[in-house]
Write a protein that binds this ligand. Structure first.
Ligand code: NI
Length: 179
């Protein structure tokens, strides 16, 4: 296992469209295991392969939600390979999103609150499930990465540029170095 450097805005690789995985093999499983380690260390709840510079349609998600409020976070690692949304609700809900590639910035994004998704797991098995709540938000956010879209691309240009300027300023002040 290894920690991988996370790419941050405005790195042009984040705008790349990732390619479908054609074989789920040990090499891919090694990448997935490194992605989990990197995500937990960040810490974050989701990571797309392109965020560590690999343009493949692979995501890892772990909401790490405690069983009870104030409880210990419980790990529930989930892998999504070649994910697709086959259906989504018309109803959208706002959620205050953040992203490991957009350090320390958050903004509300509206997304469908219920989706039906299809994907392969780390053993190549196919799944189709209806997904709601935070997992639906997170999966849609991560799937956007596969198409070169960041949560700030859902905001007005004014808000997006403000966020990018704040990040550039924080870097100049040495608070956060570019990965
Ligand atoms: Ni993200």
């Amino acid at each position: 296992m290894a920690l991988l450097p996370i790419i941050e805005v405005p790195d042009p690789r984040l705008k790349q469209i990732s390619s479908p995985v054609d074989e789920v093999n040990d090499e891919l499983r090694a990448l997935i295991s490194d992605m989990f380690e990197t995500m937990y260390a960040a810490p974050g709840i989701g990571l797309a392969a392109i965020q560590v510079g690999v343009p493949k349609r692979v995501l890892v998600i772990d909401l790490q939600e405690p069983e009870e409020e104030d409880g210990e976070p419980v790990r529930d690692p989930r892998v999504f390979i070649n994910p697709e949304i086959v259906e989504h609700s018309d109803q959208e809900v706002p959620y205050n999103e953040g992203c490991l590639s957009v350090p320390d910035q958050y903004a509300e994004v509206d997304r469908p609150d219920r989706i039906r998704a299809r994907w392969l797991d780390e053993n190549g098995a196919a799944h189709e499930e209806e997904i709601t709540g935070l997992l639906a938000v997170c999966l849609q956010h991560e799937m956007d990465h596969l198409n070169g879209i960041l949560f700030i691309d859902h905001l007005s240009r004014l808000k997006r540029e403000m966020i990018l300027r704040k990040i550039a300023k924080a870097r100049r002040e040495g608070g956060k170095k570019a990965a």
